[in-house]
Design a protein around this ligand. Structure first.
Ligand code: DX5
Ligand code: ZN
Length: 227
């Protein structure tokens, strides 16, 4: 048994960008706990999405926390811009600051900018072990279950071992999984120790979005309490 709560963070990458405000209101009414915002710079990842002005616009209509996933090369440089834009959780990639010294500099920049919850993420091929030294310094570890860059990819089950390892080491913070989450894969993630679940295509592409979020939440909650 544990007392973790399942948090569902729909990825706005799969919303209609011409109707962001409408989709934010719709997805919140449908039960979203957080809103996952994917920021890509066409450098760290091949895709290019949105920046601080659009995050700020989203924060004007959002009432739940913005969970901003930075897939960019120089996260510290933009800490203040994203803090001012209304990011609540701000996550950077370990691969762009791959030493404790560099990662700590990014974390400090985020905290100095006033970010409440700091996250660090690893791509599917990046080992998670170095993050053990940062357990007390971050609020969230985002384990990517697809190669970052695009929505709609298939879940890579091999990354579940990273989640088990983190919990086995006694990490108590949030573990978020991102990529290819659907009604089946969410159960595996929850069993392994994940408590924040990002889903883009499986939620925005669902016929009944409130029912899908409710089903994700109940499946996750059930499986989180198995182990
Ligand atoms: C991918 C992004 C994800 C993406 C997930 O690089 O980080 O947040 O939106 O999309 P799905 O749920 O469709 O795999
Ligand atoms: Zn993401």
């Amino acid at each position: 048994m544990n007392d973790r709560t399942a948090l569902i963070s729909p990825s706005l990458l799969s919303c209609d960008f011409a109707q962001i405000a409408r989709d934010v209101e719709m997805i919140e009414a449908a039960g979203a706990d957080w809103l996952h915002v994917d920021v890509m710079d066409a450098h760290f990842v091949p895709n290019l999405t949105i920046g601080p002005p659009v995050v700020k616009a989203i924060s004007r209509v959002a009432t739940v926390p913005l969970d901003v996933h930075l897939m960019i090369s120089e996260p510290a440089r933009y800490a203040e811009a994203f803090a001012k834009a209304g990011a609540h959780v701000l996550t950077f990639h370990w691969e762009v600051a791959p030493s404790l010294e560099e990662a700590r500099a990014v974390i400090a920049a985020f905290r100095d900018a006033g970010i409440e919850k700091v996250g660090v993420s690893v791509k599917p091929d990046t080992p998670v072990e170095p993050l053990a030294e940062l357990f007390d310094e971050v609020d969230l570890i985002l384990v990517m279950s697809v190669v970052p860059g695009f929505g709609g990819q298939s879940f890579m089950g091999e990354v579940l071992d990273k989640v088990r390892w983190l919990r086995g080491q006694g990490y108590q913070g949030w573990i978020e999984m991102d990529g290819g989450i659907n009604a089946e894969t969410i159960a595996l993630c929850a069993e392994a120790g994940t408590d924040v679940f990002v889903a883009g295509s499986a939620i925005f592409g669902a016929e009944d979005i409130p029912a899908t979020i409710a089903q994700f939440r109940s499946t996750a909650a059930e499986r989180m309490h198995v182990g």
